[in-house]
Write a protein that binds this ligand. Structure first.
Ligand code: MLT
Length: 264
């Protein structure tokens, strides 16, 4: 098991919001969410998954990553929490829900999906694994940028595009290879959603080609208590591309299901 590097923000007694980053990113991808969440009274826990950011090692299954998170929450003495997962972080959050559904106060699935990789998707993962093994993370990161942000943002907000590119380039080869295998082998979670007693919020960029709006709508419809919002002007990386809209939806939903006391 990995000892996850993490940061904790906000009031000690606030409802705990666990932010699980996507691929190939680290906890810095949540930098636009941390301030507004803590100001609203939430205790924010943001880890780097194994092999990403400042955490060494790698994980080979989504369960392994979820168990690392449960170990971290144990160390922080957190019982109930709201899990927020972006893309691969959503796959991990769903694994976490399967392992500890009674501890979930809410589940937020951002630009992600419950269905597994298709046979073609698995073949593509294999090719990506071979490519990363022989040429490292750089070609993958460069190829992935186009899907993270809309064309308008890539050309109009160069600093943000550069930040996103740099974040992908600094991730470790071992972490990336482990996560690719874990994504390839992840199970179908569609049957899990109706069994969750907690509310589920699905957010998705309207131009998300990696995990399209249809997947988010299907997840929200499958959940016993589901809600979905499509974020205009965003591609895949909506928490960084359209943080104000994402935060507004997240805070409104949290206010309904896990109210906190705003900090002065
Ligand atoms: C992610 O954004 O976390 C991954 O690219 C998702 C995926 O490849 O399935």
């Amino acid at each position: 098991m990995a000892d996850l590097t993490h940061s904790v923000h906000g009031p000690r007694d606030g409802p705990v919001v666990l932010l699980v980053h996507g691929f190939p990113f680290d906890r810095t991808m949540w930098r636009f969410q941390v301030g507004p969440l803590t100001k609203a009274g939430y205790r924010v826990v943001a880890p780097d998954l194994a092999g990403f950011g400042h955490t060494d090692g790698s994980f080979k299954t989504m369960e392994e990553a979820a168990l690392d998170l449960l170990q971290l929450l144990g160390r922080l003495r957190v019982d109930r929490f709201i899990a927020v997962g972006f893309s691969m972080g959503g796959y991990v959050a769903l694994a976490l829900a399967a392992l500890a559904k009674q501890r979930l106060q809410g589940l937020v699935l951002v630009d992600t999906r419950a269905e597994p990789d298709s046979p073609e998707g698995k073949t593509k993962r294999e090719a990506t694994i071979s490519q990363v093994q022989s040429t490292g993370v750089r070609p993958l990161a460069m190829a992935m940028l186009a899907n993270q942000l809309t064309e308008a943002t890539r050309t109009g907000e160069r600093l943000l595009a550069e930040e996103v590119r740099t974040a992908m380039l600094r991730q470790s080869k071992a972490g990336v290879l482990g996560a690719l295998a874990a994504m390839r082998d992840r199970p179908d979670r569609r049957d899990l959603l109706p069994t969750l007693a907690c509310p589920v919020l699905c957010l998705v960029g309207e131009q998300d080609k990696v995990t399209p709006p249809e997947s988010a709508k299907a997840m929200a419809a499958a959940a016993a208590s589901g809600e979905v919002h499509v974020v205009a002007g965003a591609a895949h990386l909506s928490p960084m591309e359209r943080p104000d809209e994402v935060n507004a939806h997240l805070l409104a939903w949290l206010g309904k299901h896990a109210p906190a006391t705003p900090q002065s």
